[in-house]
Structure formats: structure tokens, C-alpha cells
Design a protein around this ligand. Structure first.
Ligand code: ASP
Length: 583
């Protein structure tokens, strides 16, 4: 037996027991007569002692240990003289009688402790060493618990876990596909799924009315902190359901998962719902962070026509109120102005109005607006003495984007985005289609299989941009955690949708014929949702990046620096695939 116990479980109750432990050496302290060793495994750390009664051989073995050696020890558990209340095993230590080195270790490239001295790149290169560190072990355990909670809930509700293939055909779903050349079908390519969307719909046609899968998805997109080229979804689909049924089921799942993994209860009130239009108008984006208010208000009517050409020429003028920030200094305001002018946000400037405690008003546009006019803005915005108003103008889309970013930044500065607080929200009634000015065509806002709201179907011919979809997103704290829709299950409506999206009937048949044909053989009404599993884990863990919740992630250039992928392949392999590289 390699071990009788783990390094995280021994306590006073075990005093007097003879135990065998195995693990990694975190630290060796040689105090002359005695040597202390911290032994680590994923359960914790146990202090080992080689005391003054130990045989010379044992003492020598202990002093010869290096960091990260793997050892097996036998000894007796005793109560410690000086206890460490910060350690679970801090009441005891194990006095060694035997020590065996199972595996030596080179000096690790960085410290493997709670905090490490290793830089990002180095830790990515030696990810298996980083994964030994307690914070990453906690992240991996959280991920495991989240996955098991999802499985328990879904299994309990009668969902079946069914796998779908990774080698599929290329189907445009908004992102670029990763492709895999086929040797047996020279010149042809598989694509890795961006999601199992069409397969889960085919499973509905096949009669498996409640499906789920915790599944890898692949999208060849530019990377950001919360994106990885391969990521995991909790993908779900149900038959004989309407939007309300899907929302009720998965609201139940979210409550269950928050409870099981964090002990968070949301109370009896249903989760808040907001239409896409309301989210865009009041928060400037479709995934509002509702941990705080600071809603956006339109000022176009009140602010135009006073000779300030920037506003007079604007399509839209909007504002937010930062409560209690009326004492902001020029420096603080300049900082915020620089913030919104950053290229990613793209504001031209930031107008401010300060409501001083003494009742006076100061603004960056005093020249154009008399105090009464500014006071009318304040009334409209319900701002009071001690507040500051920030005003942004431009096109409607652009201004709302700027205000949305400014709102989040102010929320951050004012400490309103508390990580221990969760504000769940369903965003509903998304538009079905999105017009793209560059390519002069409509794109599906969610995906081409999303059903329009039945009452909006007549608009498909006359005003497609106005059609709303039976689509929904689940948002928590400004993060889109999940999204889905009720699907089209009628092949002629699906054909009409493809037509609107600019597919010729031949092209639609070529790419999605398998689905439309399947619908001709008895398709049940169906709908579903997919949750971003990595994001859910980082949300539960209180982190911004999903990277720490993935055992072996890619870096920001999409590389795995540990195994050095992607890489070139053998000329022989290329030949077999009938491929030639031209750079
Ligand atoms: N397949 C969709 C996605 O990946 C989710 C869904 O509609 O169920 O966003």
C-alpha cells in the first residue's frame, strides 16, 4: 500500500496512529538535530519530522531531499508542540521511522506554493507544475464539482447524455471553423464543431426528447481573456417545449448549481427578465451587469438646439449619473475621458456636469448651457447635489457602447461590482436578424435555426429587421453565461430563413440539406440552450479569466507552449494528405 492516508486529513483524533503517506516535498527545514518536511498532495500538506532519535541513515535521507521529490514515508502521528491553526493538519505532525524516495526532481523553474514567483509564460510551459499549486487545484476541483452538479441535476430531470461527433462538415455559425484534412478522402476536410447544434436537433427528430452533453466546441476566433479556441459547453436540448418551459427548466438548473457549488440561494422570486431592447436602451449592451443601477438615460431632446455643435449634430445624446461623485477632480475626470477615448471604446470626448454640494452647477459645456438647462437635465436624470453626470453623444449605437463601458468602469471604481454578489438575468426577445452594412445582408443574430416569434412571422417578408426571435440569454453580473432558442422545425420556414440569410436553395441544400430533410420525417417542436461551462466555473470561482479553470489552456496567440502546438507536420504526412504548404 503506497499510503494509508492523504496529506490533508490527519488531525488530533489520529494521534498515536502509525501511518504511511506519499506525496511531493514542498519544503525541507534542517534545524540541526531535527529536520522538518512539508509533504504535499492535492488534499493538503502534512508536516513530517525527523527527530533527534532518528537513525543516521534516515536523517541523511531527509537532509538529502530536494523540492518536489516524490517520497513515501512511514511514521507515527503526534500532537504538535506549536500548533498551526492556519493548516487543516496543523495540530499534528508525523514522526518518521522510514523514508523512501520514489522519484527525484530537478529544481522546479518556479515556486510551487500558494503564490508563485514564476511568470505567466513559464508557468504555461510547465503547466503540470503550475497545476500542483493549491489555487489551480482549487480551480480544477471547482470545475469538477460544477460538472457533477450539472450532471446530477440533468440526470434527475430525465436528460440523457449523448455524444455527438467531433469530425463533422463545415457549417458557418458566426466564427471560423477549425478544419481537419481527410486522408481517406483526399482533398476533403472535416471541420471541428463550433457547437453540436445540428446534431442535437437531429437527436430531437430521433426522439431523444431531453439531451445534454458537456462538450468541447471549437471556434477559430481571435482570443480574449474569456475566450479559448477550444472551450466547453453544457449543451442541452428538449422536445415538446416552448420558451417558458426551457427557461423554467434551466432556471431550476442554475439555482441548483449555485446552491450545490457555492451555497448561494436566490429566493423564491423568479429570475429577472429583460427584453433585448430594454437591455440595449438602459445598459447599452445585451448582457447588463445588474449588481448596480446607474442606468443610461437619453438626453437627445433636452440637449440639442443650444448651439453646441457636437450635440446638435449628434443622432443620440445619453447620460449616466455617478452618485456621490460630484467632488471628482479634473484629474479623475481626465482619466475617465482617456478611458472612454481608448480605441477599443472609441469615444470622441466626455461631457460632464457637476452638481456641487452648495447647489451650484459646473460643467464642461458652461459656454453653451445656462444653469437652468443643466438643472433640467439633472431633473430628468434624477441627479442630486453631490452627483456627477457624464454625457456622451454620437450615433446611437456608438454612444450606447461608450456609456455601457463607462457605466461598468464607474461601477468598478465605486466598488459596486462585488464578486460575492450574483445578479442573474434572462435577456429575451432578441432580434432574429442583424443587418451588416459592409456585406449588405442579414445575419442570424443567434443562429439560422432560431425560430421567429410566431406573431412576427408576417414581418419576415416586409420588414425582417423588426422580427423578434424566440431566443434568450442567461446573464450573470455582466457575463453571458448561456444562450439558446426555440428552433424552427418546419422545413419550409427553415428554407425561408436560409433565403433571408442569402443562401441559394442549392447552397442551403448542400450545407443543411441533412437537417431540412430530417424535418420532413416528423420533427417535434424543440428548443434548447448551451451554457459556457468554463465561464460558469470562472464566475463561481470569482475570476475574470477562464484560463485557470482549464487544465491545459492555450495562450493568447492560440498556442499550447507546453507541447509546442500548433506545429509543422512531416513532409510524408503532407503527401499522404495530398497537401502542399504555400506561405
Ligand atoms: N448552439 C448554440 C450556441 O453555441 C446554443 C443553442 O442555441 O443551444 O450558442
Amino acid at each position: 500500500m503506497y499510503r494509508t492516508n492523504t496529506c490533508g486529513e490527519l488531525g488530533l483524533a489520529n494521534a498515536g496512529e502509525n501511518v504511511t503517506l506519499a506525496g511531493w516535498v514542498q519544503k525541507v527545514r534542517n534545524l540541526g538535530a531535527m529536520t522538518f518536511i512539508d509533504l504535499r498532495d492535492r488534499y493538503g500538506i502534512t508536516q513530517l519530522v525527523v527527530d533527534e532519535h532518528a537513525e543516521a541513515e534516515l536523517k541523511e535521507a531527509a537532509d538529502g531531499l530536494g523540492r518536489e521529490f516524490v517520497i513515501q514515508v512511514k511514521g507515527r502521528v503526534i500532537e504538535r508542540a506549536s500548533k498551526n491553526p492556519k493548516m487543516v493538519t496543523g495540530d499534528i505532525e508525523v514522526v518518521l521511522s522510514e523514508l523512501k524516495v520514489l522519484s527525484k526532481a530537478d529544481t522546479p523553474p518556479f515556486t510551487i506554493e500558494e503564490t508563485s514567483d514564476g511568470g505567466d509564460d513559464l508557468r504555461m510551459k510547465y503547466r503540470y507544475l503550475d497545476l500542483r499549486r493549491p489555487p489551480l487545484q482549487r480551480a480544477m476541483m471547482l470545475r469538477h464539482r460544477v460538472a457533477q452538479a450539472a450532471r446530477r441535476f440533468l440526470d434527475g430531470e430525465g436528460f440523457m447524455e449523448i455524444e455527438t461527433p467531433f469530425l463533422i462538415g463545415s457549417t458557418p455559425e458566426g466564427a471560423r471553423d477549425f478544419v481537419v484534412p481527410s486522408r481517406m478522402n483526399a482533398g476533403q476536410f472535416y471541420a471541428l464543431p463550433q457547437s453540436p447544434q445540428t446534431f442535437k436537433q437531429l437527436l430531437m427528430v430521433a426522439g431523444y426528447d431531453k439531451y445534454f452533453q458537456i462538450v468541447r466546441c471549437f471556434r477559430d476566433e481571435d482570443l480574449r481573456a474569456d475566450r479559448q479556441p477550444e472551450f466547453t459547453q453544457i449543451d442541452c436540448e428538449m422536445s415538446f417545449v416552448e420558451q417558458e418551459d426551457v427557461l423554467a427548466t434551466f432556471e431550476g438548473m442554475m439555482r441548483f448549481m449555485f446552491r450545490e457549488t457555492l451555497g448561494v440561494e436566490f429566493g423564491a422570486e423568479p429570475f429577472r427578465r429583460m427584453s433585448w431592447v430594454e437591455a440595449m436602451t438602459k445598459y447599452g449592451n445585451d448582457k447588463p451587469d445588474l449588481r448596480f443601477g446607474m442606468e443610461i438615460h437619453e438626453l437627445t431632446g433636452l440637449a440639442k438646439g443650444h448651439g453646441f455643435s457636437v450635440f446638435d449634430d449628434a443622432e443620440y445624446i445619453g447620460a449616466i449619473v455617478a452618485t456621490g461623485c460630484g467632488n471628482y477632480t479634473r484629474k479623475q475626470i481626465d482619466e475617465l475621458t482617456e478611458y472612454v477615448k481608448r480605441p477599443q471604446i472609441g469615444a470622441k470626448g466626455l461631457v460632464w456636469v457637476r452638481l456641487e454640494e452648495d447647489g451650484s452647477i459646473k460643467s464642461s459645456v458652461d459656454k453653451f448651457y445656462a444653469p437652468e438647462v443643466l438643472r433640467a437635465w439633472a431633473t430628468e436624470l434624477e441627479a442630486v447635489a453631490g452627483d456627477i453626470i457624464f454625457v456622451v453623444s454620437g450615433t446611437r449605437t456608438q454612444s450606447l457602447r461608450v456609456l455601457s463601458e463607462l457605466r461598468l468602469e464607474m461601477g468598478e471604481r465605486l466598488g459596486l461590482r462585488d464578486r460575492a454578489k450574483f445578479a442573474p438575468l434572462w435577456v429575451v426577445d432578441f432580434p432574429l436578424l442583424e443587418w451588416d452594412d459592409e456585406t449588405k445582408r442579414y445575419y442570424a443574430m443567434h443562429h439560422p435555426f432560431t425560430s421567429p416569434k410566431p406573431e412576427d412571422i408576417p414581418l419576415l417578408g416586409s420588414d425582417p429587421g423588426k422580427v423578434r426571435a424566440n431566443a434568450y440569454d442567461f446573464v450573470v453580473n455582466g457575463v453571458e453565461v448561456g444562450g439558446g432558442s426555440i428552433r424552427i422545425f418546419d422545413s419550409s420556414l427553415q428554407a425561408q430563413m436560409f433565403d433571408l440569410l442569402g443562401f441559394t436553395p442549392e447552397k442551403a441544400q448542400e450545407q443543411f440539406g441533412f437537417l431540412m430533410n430530417a424535418f420532413r420525417f416528423g420533427a417535434p417542436p424543440h428548443g434548447g440552450i448551451a451554457f459556457g461551462f468554463d465561464r460558469l466555473c470562472s464566475l463561481f470561482g470569482g475570476a475574470d479569466s477562464i484560463r485557470d479553470y482549464i487544465a491545459f489552456p492555450k495562450n493568447n496567440s492560440g498556442r499550447d507552449v507546453m507541447i509546442d502546438a500548433p506545429s509543422t507536420i512531416d513532409p510524408e504526412q503532407l503527401k499522404e494528405l495530398c497537401l502542399e504548404i504555400k506561405l
